[in-house]
Design a protein around this ligand. Structure first.
Ligand code: UDP
Length: 323
């Protein structure tokens, strides 16, 4: 039976991942470490279980008398608004957090990490395979996130090379869905919150920049297959994301259409906003038994809108256009 530590387990992805882990029969205890910087106390209700123990602490300082069989390091903001506002804390959560978690791992334990497609920066090739080394500005406004994710990858893969550490690294592309905070600041949660509040949807720039939008359930399925897989002899990061690329303006128009009367407003472009992002999923499909995202964005966005309406805007629910 395994003891597992999840840093960031009260966050958007972390709480979904704990749910997935609770389906495993070989897990005796899950210790969630979260300082609620970008996580939500409200997510506690989704992961309530006798096997789950929650510790409200910074991952960098977390202490435990016992070592863990697996650690999953998700503690980090993922929204540009949040990480750009506190770069030191972002770098610390990722890198110093990883150092600390490595100390808490049993000698033959497994270290799972959620890295990011941001390691590709503003990519010059599309779709991006894991072998693409990226185009990142290490002095730009996204650098605290991009570079601390890159450095943590280096730390983990070097520990694999030198000490044989069992490392699983997912490079996540854009993820959206229920349990995102309304003040998260990323595109889908912003647009959904704005539409439900009767505000115009804020399009940064012309909106022609594109992303591959992965619905959270699909992404969690991919992560679970990568992180829990036994007999895994692949060493390297694995792209996890939706293979379909859609422009920001198309997503906004779709949401505006679901909430009648919603307007769009163009705002100045976000600094160093990547023009495109799309995963090459060859490695993931090969390693993860044909895994790929199966929820189309229309369905995923309707689920997200419903969840936001229910949880954050209950009086506005009837405004929604039913498909
Ligand atoms: N975006 C936007 N309006 C918003 C929030 C985001 O137009 O209110 C755009 C942003 O400029 C980017 C895309 O949506 O081009 C995705 O942004 P997000 O913050 O979700 O994630 P990113 O991929 O930039 O990390």
């Amino acid at each position: 039976m395994k003891r597992v530590l999840v840093s960031g387990g009260l966050g958007f992805l972390g709480s979904h991942l704990v749910n997935s882990m609770l389906k495993r029969q070989d897990v005796e205890q899950i210790v969630v470490v979260d300082n609620l910087w970008t996580g939500s106390a409200g997510n506690e209700k989704y992961i309530r279980d006798p096997r789950v123990k929650i510790s409200n602490a910074d991952v960098e300082n977390f202490r435990s008398d016992r070592l863990f069989d697996e650690v999953l390091h998700l503690a980090s903001p993922a929204s540009p608004v949040w990480y750009a506002n506190d770069p030191t804390r972002t770098i610390s959560a990722n890198i110093i957090g990883a150092f600390r978690l490595k100390e808490l791992l049993k000698p033959n334990g497994r270290f799972c990490y959620t890295s990011t497609s941001e390691v590709y920066g503003d990519p010059l090739v599309t779709p991006q395979p894991e072998s693409y080394r990226g185009s990142v500005d290490c002095t730009g406004p996204r650098s605290s996130y991009d570079e601390s994710k890159r450095c943590t990858e280096a730390f983990l893969f070097e520990n694999n090379r030198v000490h044989g550490l069992d490392v699983r690294v997912a490079r996540l592309f854009n993820v959206y869905g229920p349990r995102t905070r309304p003040d998260d600041g990323r595109a889908v949660s912003n647009f959904v919150s704005q539409a439900l509040s009767g505000e115009a949807l804020t399009i940064y720039g012309d909106g022609e920049q594109s992303r591959s939008w992965g619905y959270v359930d699909d992404i969690i399925e991919g992560l679970s297959r990568l992180f829990w897989k036994a007999d895994f002899d692949y060493v390297g990061p694995v792209n996890i994301g939706n293979g379909r690329e859609i422009s920001v303006i198309d997503v906004a128009r779709y949401i505006a259409d679901l909430v009648p009367g919603t307007q769009l407003v163009h705002c100045p472009p976000a600094p160093q906003d990547p023009t495109n992002r799309c995963p090459d999923l060859t490695v993931a499909e090969r390693l993860l038994n044909g895994w790929r995202c199966r929820t189309d964005y229309e369905t995923g966005i309707r689920h997200t809108l419903d969840w936001f309406a229910e949880n954050h805007f209950p009086r506005l629910r009837r405004k929604l256009k039913r498909a």
